[in-house]
Design a protein around this ligand. Structure first.
Ligand SMILES: [Zn+2]
Length: 454
């Protein structure tokens, strides 16, 4: 989870309440407002009346499509360079602001030994650095392939207003990059978050038809309620959680807090995740690791690194030893991807010099948000132990984490973000073609090849 600004508060609240049509209208209004802002100021009393150049709608459309294709080609070019350098999978991403490329990146998972080093994540990090802000709401993302759940989460944390996509996940699956298991896992885990599951699952390896096959593969086990009361105290105590005080401190804030308690509840049909089922004997050890995670969160707050004392702390454990600890540093490092989970994973993979954390456990004060759960899945962490649910976090002023899940599960990431699909498809597919035409060294494969090799 990440801290948010006052601006984000308003946005999230609106996004939560606004029905789809309204959200679309809002996005349109935003675009209109933006172009109005960029337009040169009109003279108050024009003395010369010039005939305005007539631009038809189709001309506009063609120009913007051609522009989008040009920017997408830069993303594809970066992806090709990445393949030729052996940096990682065939994916590229570019971020554009006011018609200027401010970041271009490709997949760096193998080169950096960082499972979170997807093209979109790298481009978002770069753009945040370039602008000195974790807020990219006036930027557009061009990505050669449909983002995975982690990257969708990152798009939302960075508040990117528009995403242009080259090929979709079905084309990627043709070349052996099947994100389906990741989407399935997010779907399967959505029950833990009190959300309805989508139900029918698309099997991209067979076709586009819906099936009723249940998800049987568990990539990560999520356990709930470890030191629940201690962590709840961190969230509900306004002296500790400054976000809570700022958001709900006033008289009106009280009403808002009540509304949040009604909006953010677990769905009655969704059972909470099991509380350390069958592992009660190791409870004291689990609690010791969770205390370490709480200490990491408190340490961040004390050092002023998490400015509003956000109670998000994480430790990664391997063979009974803590190998990394981290707190949220989105504001401190001005990096929209720097949640406690992602920071802890990056530190752990650096320490182990491998992009795989197979067999490691992660302890987090809160259920991971969408991007962080995606990062956990990519890192192959086996078990996640959580303190409080996303609902508790939302009721205490941190609702974006759960909204990101809702957005992906119910609106396919389209609620807050305008999505343009099929931009420069030919160039984007050519990247996959080059990838599949070359031989991949066996050292790059994880457990041989399971179809997910990046
Ligand atoms: Zn991704």
């Amino acid at each position: 989870m990440a801290p948010r600004s006052t601006q984000a508060d308003g946005k999230a609240k609106k996004a939560m309440k606004a029905p789809k049509a309204k959200a679309k209208a809002k996005a349109k209004a935003k675009t209109v407002a933006k172009s109005a802002m960029k337009a040169p100021a009109k003279a108050k009393a024009p003395t010369v009346v010039r005939k305005a150049k007539v631009v038809t709608k189709s001309d506009d459309k063609e120009t913007s499509l051609a522009t989008a294709e040009a920017f997408m080609q830069s993303a594809a070019a970066s992806a090709l360079a990445g393949i030729r350098l052996g940096h990682g999978g065939p994916f590229g991403a570019t971020i554009v602001r006011d018609g200027v490329i401010i970041a271009a990146a490709h997949n760096m998972v193998l080169h950096r030994k960082d499972p979170t080093g997807h093209a979109e994540m790298n481009a978002i990090q770069q753009a945040c650095q370039a602008l000195g802000s974790h807020d990219l709401s006036d930027c557009e993302l061009f990505t050669t392939c449909e983002p995975c759940p982690m990257c969708w989460g990152a798009v939302q944390w960075a508040r990117l207003c528009k995403v242009h996509i080259g090929v979709d996940r079905h084309t990627a699956a043709k070349y052996g990059f099947d994100d389906k298991v990741f989407y399935d896992e997010v779907d399967a885990k959505s029950g833990c978050y009190g959300l309805r599951r989508c139900g029918l699952i698309e099997d991209t390896s067979i076709g586009l038809e819906h099936t009723k096959t249940p998800v049987t593969k568990n990539m990560v086990e999520v356990y709930d309620g470890l030191l629940h009361e201690d962590i709840k105290e961190l969230f509900t105590n306004p002296a500790l959680n400054r976000t809570l005080r700022r958001r709900f401190g006033s008289q009106d804030g009280g009403k808002l807090a009540e509304a949040y308690k009604e909006v953010f509840v677990r769905h009655p049909e969704s059972a909470p995740a099991p509380l350390l089922q069958g592992d009660q004997k190791n409870r004291s050890q689990h609690e010791a690791f969770m205390r370490h995670a709480i200490a990491a969160a408190e340490d961040g707050a004390r050092r002023g690194a998490s400015k509003e004392r956000e109670p998000f702390g994480v430790v990664v454990v391997k063979d009974g030893t803590v190998i990394s600890e981290a707190h949220n540093s989105v504001l401190d490092t001005r990096d929209a991807t720097a949640t406690a989970e992602v920071n802890a994973i990056r530190k752990a993979t650096t320490k182990l010099r491998s992009h795989s954390l197979e067999g490691c456990d992660l302890y987090t004060t809160t259920h991971p948000d969408l991007m962080s759960l995606g990062a956990i899945l990519w890192s192959r962490i086996s078990r996640v132990y959580c303190g409080v649910s996303q609902q508790i976090a939302a009721q205490c002023g941190f609702e974006e984490g759960i909204i990101h899940f809702q957005d992906l599960l119910q609106e396919q990431g389209r609620r807050a973000t305008t999505v343009v699909e099929g931009v420069a498809i030919k160039e984007c597919e050519a990247v996959f073609q080059e990838w599949s035409d070359r031989k991949l060294p066996s050292s790059c494969l994880i457990n041989g090849s399971n179809g997910v090799i990046y």
